[in-house]
Design a protein around this ligand. Structure first.
Ligand SMILES: Cc1cc2nc3c(=O)[nH]c(=O)nc-3n(C[C@H](O)[C@H](O)[C@H](O)COP(=O)(O)O)c2cc1C
Length: 370
């Protein structure tokens, strides 16, 4: 039959494509001259309280940049002054499609603020925070004090968003109690969901929100821009979402793009539901009001929570989709009985092996010229 494609031809094409994909994957995985792990470790090198003041300031900025942040876009700039560090938003790194109101950008700055404050105490400073009520900057004034090391400080380089499926084991009641009674910030509350009904309510929202996001071309295009499909790409920018950190193989960009844009939204949504269901539970972080300073405080609490979990070897990862899609955010609010509180973040937690660590840009790249 002329013109018609025979079944054997299709199978042949599929297998040739498969072999090409596998070879491309093998080539991209096996690049011993590209030291990704070495660079990831360098990003996490600490500094000492005995270092000279300028080096200590740079060390504090380094710890701040190890915080969680949306798409690992690292939307921050730091200004080191004689007795303060200022955290500024880097608007060139906004996530216009995923976060049009900059809500998550300010949450990310709040996560960085928490790391900075914990590290400042360990490095011999007493920090005092000025929130961005009056202008677009978070200021941390630093006065000399006796160094106060804390276990949380050591958890900063170890924390990660562990995006794999977890092992399904529950977190002991005593540890849940410790998380629920953790000190919070003004207006911020945490709602723990560990019961079957609660988890299944969240799963429904996560499914629907993921479906909507992945069916939205600008969201998908922005995500693909921030994906780093192989080590060389990751090491060219030191930012973004490196595929192996989410359990996906390293592949060339053309193939990665094809996988992501060709994936069925239903399958991606189902995969995220499985991740939630494999977890011990989830925590919704809310704020009493909605504004830059509330978002920053939500970020601080989230970072504190995930550092506390890291100390107990509890892994965590974000499933914020239902909060990122406005109509679902308000429905979620009433379904969970959150009254007048605004949901800001949804974090699942449980037990799993660690994943490869994402990179951070060198400190010099995030410092503002003085
Ligand atoms: C405000 C905010 C929103 C985030 N949203 C998501 C998300 O929806 N899905 C996800 O997998 N990770 C999300 N993350 C996690 C980031 O992708 C992660 O922090 C970043 O890639 C750096 O990785 P690390 O946390 O392991 O250091 C979010 C983090 C923050 C602070």
């Amino acid at each position: 039959m002329r013109g018609a494609i025979r079944r054997q031809d299709v199978l042949k094409l599929v297998s040739v494509g498969g072999i090409a994909a596998l070879s491309a994957h093998a080539l991209h995985e096996y690049v011993p001259w590209v030291d990704y792990d070495g660079q990831a470790a360098t990003s996490r090198k600490g500094s000492s309280p005995n270092a000279p003041a300028p080096l200590k300031m740079q060390g504090l900025v380094r710890y701040a940049t190890l915080a969680a942040n949306g798409h690992n876009a690292q939307p921050w700039k730091f200004e080191t002054l004689a007795d303060a560090i200022e955290i500024h938003p880097d608007c060139s790194r906004r996530l216009v499609a995923a976060d049009p109101s900059d809500r998550e950008l300010w949450i990310s700055l709040g996560c960085a603020l928490e790391n900075l404050v914990v590290a400042a105490r360990a490095m011999g400073y007493e920090p005092a925070i000025t929130y961005p009520d009056a202008n677009d900057v978070i200021r941390v004034s630093l006065s000399p004090a006796t160094p106060r090391w804390s276990a949380t400080f050591d958890a900063i380089p170890r924390r990660q968003s562990t995006r794999s499926e977890y092992d399904g084991k529950a977190v002991a009641a005593g540890q849940l109690h410790q998380l629920r009674t953790m000190p919070l910030e003004e207006g911020i509350a945490i709602h723990t969901v560990v019961d079957r009904n609660g988890v299944s309510t969240l799963a429904g929202y996560i499914y629907e929100a993921t479906l909507r996001q992945y069916s939205n071309p600008p969201f998908l295009a922005e995500l693909i821009r921030w994906l780093r499909f192989d080590k060389k790409e990751a090491l060219a920018s030191f930012d973004g979402l490196f595929s192996p950190c989410a359990g996906s193989p390293a592949v060339p960009r053309w193939l990665g793009r094809l996988f992501v844009s060709g994936a069925k939204p239903e399958n991606l949504a189902a995969a995220d539901v499985r991740k939630l269901e494999s977890s011990a539970g989830a925590i919704v972080i809310t704020s009493a009001a909605e504004g830059k300073s509330d978002w920053v405080r939500a970020g601080q609490v989230c970072q504190r929570l995930t550092l506390t979990m890291t100390l107990a070897n509890i892994k965590s990862a974000y499933l914020n989709q239902p909060i990122e899609v406005p109509p679902l955010r308000s429905q979620l609010r009433s379904s969970l009985g959150l009254d007048a509180a605004y949901p800001q973040l949804l974090v699942r937690f449980g037990y799993a092996n660690a994943m490869p660590r994402p990179l951070r840009r060198p400190v010099e790249q995030v410092l503002m010229p003085s």
